[in-house]
Design a protein around this ligand. Structure first.
Ligand code: ATP
Ligand code: MG
Length: 310
């Protein structure tokens, strides 16, 4: 089985559906209540497990009820949580989400508190047991340690490039082989505006000068642009009936890292990840909506969509 270590963010969403969003203080009745885990790396780990990989999540939260709920949910999805550490006295990141009947959301996020940044406890010698490492950009100390160990062992590294500081990019990107940004993430990397494909390509060229083999930007329903040593490429998004795009980017990254770990070439890995993310969009839930491997294979077999060199 292909082992993928996913390091980074985990958070717990507490969701209250109700008919209408409150406009003022008062008492309101919810029609349901759900607790679901989120976070880029944590969702990516769930995607790897769901797609038949051996997924490990390495990360941190508080030793509180939210932390324990997140550990339990990931365990239920079959993710190895032996390096998901809950810290006594620390508080987990949680969100309260009110969703109205027409899908409008009010989100209140608490980022958590007291979770230590030090990464000295991570068992770096275990990194060589993996075939790929996926990191998000929310735990720079952990990323530098784990991506550095992967680089030293010749294991491919993938970054989920969401919004981050210049200092974070500088520390992490030189250790990344495949840097796959969201549009807001790529904007936060550049200090010039990004509006056209020419701007995107210029930004991805700059990413590659930092040592990344492949640099990409995912653009939701507009597909994915990437640059590697062979040039500029484009993968269209698959056309599907979109129900819920929550977690599409996170799931794309998990699927891409798994495909790389299995030895797939970049165009095949991008196509596979795009199919997984598109299928996820056809179902509710960032995790509950992730397809199985068999569903992805049969979907791909029915599609003609290929990547096109530009
Ligand atoms: N509407 C859609 N139809 C088909 N595929 C989609 C759609 N939205 C997203 N995808 C797929 O998911 C990939 C990642 O989506 P997107 O670029 O929106 O990620 P993101 O901006 O990181 O968002 P998030 O992390 O919040 O999910 C896209 O490159 C595409 O392959
Ligand atoms: Mg994303």
């Amino acid at each position: 089985m292909t082992r993928v270590i996913c390091i980074g963010n985990t958070t717990l969403d507490k969701i209250w559906p109700l008919t209408q969003l409150p406009t003022t203080g008062g008492k309101y009745r919810a029609s349901d209540y759900l607790e679901v885990g989120g976070g880029m790396a944590a969702n990516a780990a769930v995607a790897v497990a769901r797609l038949g990989g051996n997924a490990a999540y390495w990360g941190r939260a508080g030793d509180d009820s939210a932390g324990r709920t997140m550990v339990q949910e990931m365990t239920d999805y079959g993710v190895d949580v032996s390096q998901f550490r809950l810290f006594a006295g620390a508080r987990s990141s949680t969100s309260a989400i009110l969703v109205s009947g027409d899908g409008e959301r009010a989100i209140v996020n608490f980022r958590g508190a007291g979770v230590p940044d030090d990464a000295g406890w991570l068992p770096l010698e275990e990194v060589r047991s993996a075939q790929a490492v996926l990191a998000d950009i929310r735990w720079v100390e952990g990323d530098v340690a784990v991506l550095g160990a992967a680089r030293a062992a010749g294991i491919p590294t993938v970054l989920d490039g969401e919004i981050a500081t210049a200092a974070a990019w500088q520390a992490v990107l030189p250790l990344v082989d495949h840097a796959i940004f969201s549009e807001p993430g790529l904007r936060s990397f550049m200090d010039t505006p990004i509006e056209t494909d020419a701007d995107r390509i210029a930004a991805l060229r700059k990413v590659r000068t930092l040592g990344c083999r492949m640099a990409a930007v995912t653009r939701g329903g507009e597909g994915t642009i990437w640059l590697d040593e062979t040039g500029i490429h484009f993968q269209m998004a698959f056309t599907v009936d979109v129900v819920d795009t929550t977690g599409a980017g996170d799931v794309f990254h998990g699927a891409y890292a798994l495909a790389l770990g299995e030895g797939q070439a970049i165009p095949q890995a991008v196509r596979f990840a795009s199919a997984v993310a598109a299928l996820k969009c056809t179902r509710r839930g960032g995790r509950a909506g992730i397809p199985t491997r068999a569903e992805v294979e049969s979907f791909l077999a029915d599609q003609g969509g290929r990547h096109m060199p530009r």
